[in-house]
Design a protein around this ligand. Sequence first.
Ligand SMILES: [Zn+2]
Length: 331
Amino acid sequence: MNGASGSEPARPAGMAAARRAVGSLAPRERALLPARAAYRRAWMRRGQDITRAMSRSSCLVVAPHPDDETLGCGVAIMRKREAGTQVTVVIVSDGAAAEPAPVPPPELVRLRKEETRRAVSRLGLRPADLRFLDVPDTEVAQHVDQVADQLAALITELQPEQLLIPTSCEGHPDHDATNAAARQAALRAGFTGEVLEYGVWMWTHWPWTRGYGTEGYSARRLLRDPLDRIREVRPLLVGAKGYRSRQAYALAAHGSQVGGALPPSLIAATKTSYELYLEAGALAHLNFGPPADSPSSEAQPPADLPAQPQPPSTDVPAGEQGGRPGWVNGP
Ligand SMILES: [Zn+2]
């Protein structure tokens, strides 16, 4: 996940500002929880149950950080493994920028790998089913081309029937860049299977993603926008009843991350009766643009991909540090 607790040690002033911004989010997050839950339940009622098909499809889970695999896809992974279906999890970044860091970065990387091995074991994976790409945390957007090559090689090696990737509108630069890299990898590998998106950071802004922070608290924004979100896309549902407590047990293995500051809306999304997925690109109309103050010479995506966000100065949702507008000001 690497957001509310993330930072870049080289820029302490920005880090402190990011901590203050994140801290200011908590009351609003809590106030919006009931509305988010109600809208999510309404969205799920429009959904299509894919539980059986999901259990049978071998897959490659692409996670930007250690713990995203459990937060976003924990139920699907457990169901697949119970059905004897092959699952491989690949962790893109090394997780070194998480904050508060209980140990120095090199040791934190080792700790988070060990935590991830324990977590995916609790989800039913074998040690060989877990891969690490070790891209520097917070810098995935600078390595999209390299990550796409590495993921394409994995797709070619493993021949999965399905890719599970973060949504295109997570808002966290590492997550959005991972989406871009995975889609590019699918093209390079000639992948013809199913690509589904899962949400992690999406749940901290959905259903008010469009115009987040750039529009006020009008009745239209608070009431009409969520109805548009519910109508425009049908989510794909994987039954989660009976699996959430084991998912929480797996998440607890990420002990360096779950001690404090996971956003409550994100945690709430791991307690619903279904785990939600989306057809690849279904939320592309909600994608965040690149930050206004980002350099233009580096980290450009491949020419056939839409513009992707630039890396942040700290590993928090980009708008909270001014990278993209609105994460602090909008609902
Ligand atoms: Zn993450």
